[in-house]
Design a protein. Structure first.
Length: 112
């Protein structure tokens, strides 16, 4: 069976939630991977907002994990520590929201 998940990197997912519910699709919340500033401040508040909205969500839920500049195999221990911390925040989001899937990309280097 094919799965359709509506992806959004917006913080306010209300419209996407409504579309997914109306059309019987799932959601992929990408903001936790795309917004690198969110990982330093504000992620808990946003997570709580998303949890409240998604409380009765019927579709499948996926979270896009942190991926920009993540290097889990770096020889630099501090880079590995930051990467591990970012990944753990992503996994907290997955667990607390009851997501079934998480996506990670490694060694994606942002440009500009």
């Amino acid at each position: 069976m094919e799965r359709i998940l509506l992806g959004t990197f917006q913080k306010d997912i209300t419209r996407h939630y409504e579309l997914a519910q109306a059309h019987g699709t799932g959601l992929e919340l990408q903001v936790y991977g795309y917004d690198t500033n969110l990982l330093d401040s504000g992620w808990r508040e946003l997570l709580d907002q998303h949890k409240a909205l998604l409380r009765d969500f019927e579709g499948e839920l996926a979270i896009h994990g942190a991926f920009i500049d993540m290097a889990p195999a770096s020889p630099d221990r501090r880079i590995v520590a930051v990467t591990r911390g970012r990944f753990m925040l992503s996994l907290v989001s997955v667990a607390e929201q009851g997501a079934r899937f998480v996506g990670f990309h490694f060694q994606f280097m942002a440009q500009g």
